[in-house]
Design a protein. Sequence first.
Lengths: 231, 231
Amino acid sequence: MGPIKRVRLSERVTDAIETMIAEGAFAPGDRFLSENDLVKKLEVSRSSVREAVRILEVRGRVIVKHGKGIFIAEPPDEDRDPFTGWLKDNKAPIFDHFEVRLIIEPKAARRAAEKADDESVKGIEKAYGAFLASAERGDTAAMIRFDGEFHRLVAKATKNRTLYHLMKTMTKSLPEGWITSLHIPGRVEKTLGEHSSILDAIRGGDPERAEEMMTLHLANALKDIQASMER
Amino acid sequence: MGPIKRVRLSERVTDAIETMIAEGAFAPGDRFLSENDLVKKLEVSRSSVREAVRILEVRGRVIVKHGKGIFIAEPPDEDRDPFTGWLKDNKAPIFDHFEVRLIIEPKAARRAAEKADDESVKGIEKAYGAFLASAERGDTAAMIRFDGEFHRLVAKATKNRTLYHLMKTMTKSLPEGWITSLHIPGRVEKTLGEHSSILDAIRGGDPERAEEMMTLHLANALKDIQASMER
DNA sequence: TACAATCAACTTGTCTGATAAGAAGATGTC
DNA sequence: GACATCTTCTTATCAGACAAGTTGATTGTA
């Protein structure tokens, strides 16, 4: 074990406050504890509290108003960045999103079938299982999560970390429409079947089929989304 | 005119410090003035200075080290997304980088040949011309820039903004090795020839050839880099 | 001389206690 | 009821102290 990291008191106060907020006792817009309350509660000096509050203010977690108090800020649009940020700001047309994924993912599946080791396969199986379980209890939010996880792990199995991180970004900022796609009648069942085929191909080391199945999967999903949008 | 905005002293100190940094007397990594120096220079209390420094630290402009001082931070790599950030932090292996680009870019070139309008073609021609001019005067830095520009504009010509922004991210954070690739004897001339072929195919609306030429271009570049690394 | 321990002088980190100033409700006067 | 004042919250700033990390010079010793 290395030397323990000395952490500033003011930062521990920051953590403490963030924890309090995360615990849910305060809603955005609410007044938070005053500086003096925090001094008493956390038993630190006012300087430390003030520096902690400054930090949280810059981070956009609270808003401080002279004479009035400390207020909980609106939850910041998490994770701002050009690519991710752009995707979120512009609600990337779902067409564009699919066109890119239809280019990348079949090849990713191919490479995965060529290179995946036991551990990678196990991970993908687990994501598939989690998706299945979520589907059985009708938990759409969880399904979205594990669908993304499935695709990310396929990318990861290629051992190409650039590819993996790219897929991570793409699956974590999906365009509108994707969210509702799992509500399309039959889409969940098809997804399960298609994922299963992809998984089989990767497990069996069949690059050709892996690529083909991934293409099919994405093309089917796109087709269903298009159809549901036309109604 | 409305009521003037009361601005906290600590924020004015923040501005003052940022101005000092912007004026260029301090380079990234340099030690900045100490808290006491700032107290004397700006004639404010140490609390205000400390809060200002806290703000700048959270914003990533300075790094504070206990017992050592305040240091100018590396200019924040604007464009931070998990993907961009990861690329920069991890110096993506050049192999991974090329594998991904070999997947994406030929298809991008194909789509560009299908969809490019006159304006897009003109932009690509311009980037090609700028690369050529840079090559003639041996300006490698400019060549790298216009090479990236060429590839970005091809992606842009597809009208797929997701694809464009993705390519922007990739061409703006190139792995080690890329920079030196243009120093490989003959590489510049080959690049010019290959770019020219790609441009012709896009201009002529020949998707098949555009895809093929882009594949060739990237494969050749990779081959040369590999060869030069083995020496 | 070479080397190690000690010391002195910086630095940032934290605490205490004071005053200034904004905000808002209570209070008193008209 | 309308309005100015007062009180009591709040945050903002100040001043001065001491703790603790870092570094380089000084000193002591072999």
